[in-house]
Each structure stands twice: as C-alpha cells, then as structure tokens.
Design a protein around this ligand. Structure first.
Ligand code: AMP
Ligand code: GLY
Length: 423
C-alpha cells in the first residue's frame, strides 16, 4: 500500500513511525516531511497547504491513501479534492473541518448535539460584544471565530482585558479575517484533557487521552505555545469519563454532523475541561494534537494503517484498537525565543545518544538536513523527546535522560512535563 503523509511536524514524524511498522505499507512519501521523517519516508518538497500539488502528486504515483496531519489543508478542502480525484484520504471534508475552522459553528453543532459546554455567544459587532462582556463580567473568554494559528483565544481575568481582546481581534484585526467575528464564552475551571476519537462518519473508536502543556514556562507560566510536552494517559481521565465523553460528546456530534450532510471522518480532537460538574467541551479540532499524537503513538499497539483505512472505508464498527498499558511522556525541545522570534539553522548534535536511551524515541518537528548529514533546527518546536515506561515517572525519567543527551545549546525545554500527574 502506497501512502502519502501530509505535514512535517512532530505529529507527522510520530504518524510516519507508526505507519512504518505496518506490514501493509509498501511505500511512504511525506510532504514536506522533516529530517527525522526522511529516515522513514521519501520526503517531497510540496507544502502541506498546496492542495492542487498534493492531489496531482498522489494521482501521478497512484497513492492508495493520503493521511493528513495538520488542519490547514483540511479546512482548505484537501479531502474533498482527493475524493474528486478518486483518491482515498484520511481526514474530514472542508465542511466537516469547520468544527475547527469556526468556533461558532463548533458551538452550534455542540449545542444541537446536546454536548455540555460553556454559555457562549457569537458577535460580528464589537459594540454588542462589549455590552455582553460588561453584562457577564470577568473572568471571561474571547475567541476569534476563525483559524488563528492557536493564538486567537484570550482568557481574560478582567473586563478591560476582554474589551482589549475584542478591539485587537475585531477592530485591529491582529488575526486577520479570522477576527471578523468573535465568540465570547463563560470561563470554565478545571483540569484540561485532550481526548481523541477515530471516526468514520457514523462509528467512532476512542484513541485515548493526553494532557498537553501549553505555556512556554515551567509551572504553566509565560506565553501560550502549540504545546511544550504531553503525557498519556492522564490519571484524571478515567475509563468511566472516557465512556461518558464517547456517549455525550463524540457520538452525538457525529450524528449531528451526519444529519447536516457533513459526516465527520478522521480524528476528532475533543478539548475538555474536567469541571466540578463533569467534563465540558472547550473546543473541537479535526486532527491529532501535537505533541499529544507523539504520546499516543508511543502507546498504540494496533496497526495504525489498518485503523486509518477502516475509518476511510466506514468499517470502524468492526474494528478494535489495542493499546499498551505503558505510560508515555514527550518533552518538546524548542528554539530559544519560541513562541516569539527565534533563530534558525543552528546545528543539533548527539541525537543518536538520545535515541540510545532505553525506551526513548526521538521525534523531529522543525528540522532539516544540513551538509554532511547534519541536523539543523528550522522551526520553533524542533524536537519531541518521547519515552515509554511502566509508570509515568519511569517514562518521564527516560524522556529527560534522552533530552539531556541532546547537544543543542540554542534550544530549551520545560523540566516539569507531567507535573500535574506526578505531584
Ligand atoms: P482553544 O484555541 O480553543 O484551544 O483555546 C486555547 C486555550 O484557551 C484552551 O486550551 C484553554 O486553556 C483556554 N480556553 C478556551 N476556551 C475556554 C473556556 N471557555 N474556559 C476556560 N478556558 C478556555
Ligand atoms: N497541542 C495542541 C494542538 O495540537 O492543538
């Protein structure tokens, strides 16, 4: 089976690693991939957002399955373009990807499906948004309606801060067109968990849960990032909670999307707040989380390729997934300065020493090949150093031993990944 994997981050390296273990796989391409993925796949210089280029490549090579990592090509219609070209694609249609592409759409679907969530309202008039904020009071959450590269959300501690977020988003348009409308939400309080479900339009299978660490600094301080580390499973997310989320969030959402003529196929990422009154929906994404995906792939024992094919072909009701009882933990190494301005092109050494730590696995995120086989940092989040262990503590110790072995003076990482569970 010939597979084209779209994307080039840590999530895609973890997917490439899991796909490579499948006996069904005969050839793997990655577009654009990275220096770590290049060991497992042939990387082709096509951008993840280049829908026409990806479809034409997949058609020319008679690819059997296109696997899409990031959200941008999905909201841009890659799955629809693949379908039109007769190509099998793992990932939702553009219409179904609106669950991530529009916060208001996601809330409308969730409400129609009876999913527990915060009180919310959508505004396209800043004056009306301000009036509502003042009425509701702080803390309160202001979100750009559209895709804003994970930067469109302000959890405001005061009304003044919330009003500034409305001005920045709607009037100053700091997130561009994504800020034409805002969603204002009640602030949920509790522990955050990322839960994933594999969906075929009708049926769904739990893919497990992980906890991300979004802030750049230790003790969850500093600016928001794409995620600085993750571990799985989070002890707060019990099997009973998983069943509750499948029954109250995932299945009703799939039914509602099907009713709207936009069945959801792919990975449904359910961002949850475990509040005192039960799990409530923070947001949907339409793809694996990164670095959560790295932590999940370290625990998956089933054939990933087989599972993705079953999702594409509507066979999930007859599919089972096997997971290891092990715990996994991933530490993200980022370029100094991230998520602000950072340098590129610095050399990373001793990755072989990190990979040699027992139970450790090095995933590349923002890397490229330099001269003479050198590995260079090319992005903000550069490496995901993962490990498995019989306990979370063992996984953490192995991951940090491997991270310490990496020689990259221009990088940094948080030393407290897993702190909520290890406290
Ligand atoms: P999102 O881009 O929707 O994931 O939001 C980014 C982060 O903002 C989430 O991971 C939460 O930590 C926080 N957040 C979003 N919505 C809410 C809410 N209604 N209440 C509390 N925190 C929220
Ligand atoms: N780690 C969060 C995300 O992928 O959106």
């Amino acid at each position: 089976m010939k597979v084209l994997l779209v994307g080039g981050g840590g999530r895609e390296h973890a997917l490439a690693w899991a796909l490579s273990k499948s006996p069904l796989l005969s050839k793997l391409w990655a577009a654009p991939g990275n220096a770590g993925i290049a060991v497992l796949a042939e990387c082709v210089p096509i951008a993840a957002e280049d829908v026409a280029g990806l479809v034409s490549f997949a058609r020319d090579r008679a690819v059997d399955l296109v696997v899409v990592g990031p959200e941008a090509p999905l909201t841009a219609g890659l799955a629809d373009a693949c379908a039109a070209a007769g190509l099998r694609c793992f990932g939702p249609s553009a219409e179904a990807a609106r669950l991530e592409g529009s916060k208001a759409f996601a809330r409308e679907v969730a409400d129609a499906a009876g999913v527990p969530g915060p009180r919310w309202r959508r505004f396209d008039d800043p004056a009306a948004a301000r009036a509502y904020l003042r009425e509701e009071g702080a803390p309160i959450v202001v979100k750009a309606d559209g895709l804003a590269a994970g930067k469109g959300v302000v959890v405001a501690a005061t009304v003044a801060e919330a009003e500034a977020a409305v001005a920045d988003t709607m009037e100053n348009r700091v997130h561009g067109a994504a800020g034409a409308a805002v969603v204002v939400e009640e602030c949920l309080v509790g522990e955050e968990v990322s839960f994933f479900a594999l969906c075929d339009g009708e049926a769904a299978l739990p893919l497990g849960a992980a906890q991300d660490h979004k802030r750049a600094g230790e003790g969850d301080t500093g600016p928001n990032t794409g995620g600085m580390g993750a571990y799985s499973p989070p002890p707060a997310f019990t099997d009973a909670l998983r069943d509750e989320v499948m029954a109250r969030v995932v299945r009703p959402t799939l039914a509602e999307m099907a009713r709207r003529g936009a069945p959801f196929r792919g990975v449904l990422f359910v961002g949850l707040m475990l509040t005192a009154t039960g799990p409530r929906l923070i947001e949907f994404n339409v793809r694996f989380g990164d670095p959560e995906c790295q932590a999940l792939m370290l625990r998956l024992r089933s054939d990933l390729l087989e599972a993705l094919l079953a999702a594409c072909d509507g066979r999930l009701a007859d599919t089972d997934l096997r997971w290891s009882d092990a715990h996994s933990l991933v530490v993200v190494m980022a370029a100094r300065g991230y998520p602000g301005a950072y340098g590129k092109g610095t050399a990373i050494r001793c990755l072989d020493r990190a990979a040699a730590v027992p139970c450790a696995q090095v995933f590349h995120a923002g890397t490229g090949a330099g001269p003479d086989g050198a590995v260079l940092a090319t992005g903000g989040r550069v490496l995901g150093i993962g490990a498995r262990g019989n306990t979370l503590r063992e996984a953490r110790d192995a991951a940090y031993e491997a991270a310490a072995a990496v020689d990259w003076p221009e990088g940094f990482y948080r030393r407290d990944i897993g702190h909520r569970a290890l406290r």
